[in-house]
Design a protein around this ligand. Structure first.
Ligand SMILES: O=P(O)(O)O[C@H]1O[C@H](CO)[C@@H](O)[C@H]1O
Ligand code: HPA
Length: 297
């Protein structure tokens, strides 16, 4: 359990501070935008210039990545004249990490001075009109592990980061969502970009057909095993959030269908749609200072 006066037994405020100070001493970059790269999406960091890369295992207090398709590097650099930091791989609950560790980098970004976070993932499509290869701008989410008490903000609240009862009805910034939709249209991507509701399951198994049907009935358009803890912690500490999901597979809702999803298929679809996804993210970064209150450095 959490010790008194120490909001979490695995990550204290001093741990966050120590990691942030270590990074600030090692890099001259002062990013305002952070990007978390989902499974197979680490290439999003490829376009940055003046790159400085840290391996997770070299960063004090940082967890390490254990999932194929996750490189395990923190990449600082400039993209479209914006100072950015990219997490080339995230952490998942199913890897055995506490949600405090899973979301550790988000609070580091806050302490580095980041104001906007773009959270990306690979997910399975649940609704009829969503196809493998589509991009879903996350409009809202269903935090299933959170319903069961697996929540990154459980335990004493640390007021230095945010309030006890944060509002989540506007977790995904409306202006950033509109910008992402407008850019999709300008790039000619409208046919395969749409908004939707993402649902998190803990994983690591993919869903049964009965589970997938249930998630669909509950209002989920896609399902994955990540993102919501990071978004929740980001919203708690007042970061602006944009969530983008690459639909890598259709989730089977029908007992007569033979196809079976696997992680290789997920990574393969990321490779196929990489250029388009990267183009969208880069253009959003280039134009995000058009959104009110977003710093243009
Ligand atoms: O959510 P990201 O990290 O993109 O990865 C998704 O892809 C993996 C399954 O193939 C799971 O980890 C799922 O959450
Ligand atoms: O179908 C899926 N289910 C859960 N997580 C996923 N990540 C990619 N595809 C999926």
């Amino acid at each position: 359990m959490h010790a008194k006066g120490n909001p979490c037994s695995c990550c204290s405020f001093d741990d966050y501070k120590c990691t942030a100070e270590w990074l600030l001493n090692k890099t001259r970059h002062r990013p305002k935008i952070a990007v978390i790269c989902g499974s197979g999406l680490g290439l999003l960091a490829d376009s940055v210039s003046n790159k400085q890369t840290f391996r997770y295992e070299d960063i004090p207090n940082f967890p390490v990545s254990t999932v194929p398709g996750h490189e395990g590097c923190l990449v600082f650099g400039d993209l479209k004249e914006k100072s950015c930091v990219f997490m080339q791989s995230r952490f998942h609950l199913y890897e055995g990490y506490s949600l405090c560790k899973v979301t550790f980098p988000v609070r580091i970004f806050k302490l580095l001075g980041v104001e906007t976070i773009i959270v990306t993932n690979a997910s399975g499509g649940l609704c009829k009109d969503i196809k493998a290869g589509d991009i879903m701008i996350i409009k809202d989410h269903i935090n299933l592990p959170g319903f069961a008490g697996q929540h990154p903000l459980c335990g004493p609240n640390d007021e230095r980061f945010g309030i006890r009862f944060p509002c989540m009805s506007d977790a995904y910034n409306k202006d950033l969502r509109k910008l992402a939709l407008d850019i999709s249209q300008q790039l000619g991507y409208s046919d395969f970009v749409r908004e939707g509701v993402y649902c998190m399951v803990s994983g690591p198994n993919f869903e049964t057909i009965a589970e997938a049907r249930m998630l669909h009935i509950l209002g989920s358009d896609s399902v994955g095993m990540s993102t919501i803890p990071e978004v929740t912690v980001a919203k708690h500490c007042d970061l602006r959030v944009l969530g983008l999901s690459l639909i890598t597979n259709k989730v089977s809702l029908d007992y007569s269908r033979e196809e079976k999803v696997n992680h290789e298929e997920v990574l393969e679809m990321c490779k196929m749609r990489a250029e388009m996804f990267q183009n969208l993210v880069n253009t959003i970064i280039a134009k995000c200072d058009q959104v009110d209150g977003i710093n243009s450095n």
